[in-house]
Design a protein around this ligand. Structure first.
Ligand code: COA
Length: 423
């Protein structure tokens, strides 16, 4: 048994943000039916192609454990099928451009008329207001949500991050909204509308930077390197390089081999509680009691000097040796792991966070499995569906089309290449 057994999801999502959400629902046991435009499908199927003729990794890695139906939602028979899907499903998830669902003839009011128990879950770039009609992709959200202005170094331009906090981050937010609405429906008997704007999702993840914005009113942010360097603060939270975002100072430091290996670095945190152990490990036992070094407030204007000394030590060790030496002393450090190291990581493979998946068109590929582990609802990662692979199965088994009725739908052209599949 899976946590979401019995829940049917009409998955009208595309690209990254929506698909990450419905993939999680599928991993938790929901029956996720991905509706795709006949002959075209989710645009990512054909983006960043590495194996000619096969679905791209961009698509396969975001659409595991789903079924695919080709359906033209703008054609009359297609609308009939979509209406039946709405009647049958518990959740409709979409991340079309603003207004697209209304233009198809499926406004929230109409959807509620068809099925008052359905939950309509939508991702948009912005919430209501002056930007509500804008189309938005990942980096736009990172820029508009407070991440880019606070990422990078003070003397450089704003930076976007590699982690897809705008797309996958908002997908996670929406997923939580959906399961919460499903829980409320148990008591209310009614569905509801769940929306997550990408700007809001990024802003939520940038919460500590808004904390710092308000702390500026009380004076300089003393844990920022900028403070120790004597550089005055402006009127907004500055970019802080690799400074720790919390109350315990931290930096990225070079390790042995940094001259040739772009990832021979470690993160190193000077947690107050283990300061004495750090002094012993790096060979500066005098700093334990030395005036100006003994307590965290005294050290704030010397962080560059202190981290430079720690780096002298880390540069004598590989990033893994730093970890092996520091861990027994509870000194929080973390090697900078490359994507190559992560894909080969035995521990991540043992827990199913990194998995190998077989695919009929592209062969075996590696993917990221479900990062959330439920002890009573284990996840088996299954390959993504081919375009329209389950069209006939969904029409007949889920929607009950049989005989002449099924032939009528297939012949209408509303369901793409289903005709060949049926034959
Ligand atoms: N049958 C018929 N038409 C379909 C269809 C189907 N099965 N599926 C989609 N369409 C139509 C839509 O109705 C829409 O038509 P319309 O413009 O006439 O109303 C059209 O396809 C294109 O949809 P749209 O969402 O505008 O796609 P796009 O490729 O132009 O834009 C985004 C892509 C991501 C920018 C946009 O969808 C968006 O801003 N989404 C919300 C924010 C978001 O999730 N962004 C991150 C994506 S990772």
């Amino acid at each position: 048994m899976k946590a979401l057994d019995g829940i049917k999801v009409l998955d009208f999502t595309h690209v990254q943000s929506g698909p990450t959400c419905t993939q999680l629902l599928a991993w938790f046991g929901a029956d996720v039916i991905k509706v795709e435009r006949p002959g075209v499908g989710d645009a990512t199927r054909k983006q960043l192609v590495d194996v000619p003729g096969a679905d791209s990794l961009y698509f396969t890695m975001l659409n595991h454990n789903k079924r695919s139906i080709e359906l033209n939602s703008k054609n009359e028979t297609g609308k009939e099928v979509l209406t039946k899907l709405i009647q049958t499903c518990d959740v409709l998830v979409e991340n079309f451009a603003p207004g697209a669902l209304d233009r198809m003839g499926f406004s929230w009011e109409r959807i509620q008329e068809i099925n008052p128990r359905i939950i309509l879950a939508s991702i948009k770039g912005f919430g209501p207001g002056k930007y509500e009609d804008c189309k938005v992709y990942e980096n736009v959200a990172q820029c508009a949500g407070g991440s880019a202005s606070t990422t990078g170094f003070r003397d450089g331009p704003p930076l976007v991050t590699g982690a897809q906090i705008g797309d996958s981050g908002t997908g996670l937010h929406l997923c939580l909204g959906i399961v919460t609405a499903l829980y409320q429906r148990e008591k209310s008997g009614r569905g509801q509308k769940v929306t997550a704007a990408m700007q809001d999702g990024v802003l939520n993840l940038s919460r500590v930077k808004l904390r710092d914005q308000q702390r500026l009113d009380a004076g300089p942010l003393k844990e920022y390197s900028q403070f120790g360097e004597g550089v005055p603060f402006g009127d907004a939270t500055p970019r802080a390089g690799n400074d720790s975002g919390g109350g315990q100072p931290g930096r990225i430091l070079k390790c042995k081999g940094w001259e040739t290996d772009p990832n021979a670095y470690t993160y190193f945190i000077c947690q107050a509680a283990i300061w004495e152990k750090i002094c012993d490990v790096i060979g500066e036992p005098d700093w334990k009691t030395k005036e100006g070094y003994a307590t965290p407030p005294e050290r704030l204007d010397k962080l560059n000097e202190i981290f430079a000394r720690i780096e002298e030590w880390t540069m004598t060790k590989t990033k893994f040796e730093v970890m092996d030496t520091c861990n027994p002393h509870d000194i929080p450090v973390g090697p900078i792991l490359s994507t190559k190291e992560l894909i080969e990581d035995e521990g991540l493979r043992a827990t199913g966070t990194i998995v190998d998946v077989d695919h009929p068109e592209r062969g075996r590929y590696t993917s990221v499995g479900c990062p959330i582990k439920l002890s009573d609802s284990p996840v088996e990662v299954e390959r993504s569906p081919l375009l329209g692979e389950h069209t006939i199965e969904i029409l007949s088994e889920v929607l009950g089309y049989t005989g002449e009725d099924l032939a009528r739908v297939v012949d209408s052209g509303a369901v793409g290449a289903a005709k060949q599949a049926a034959e």
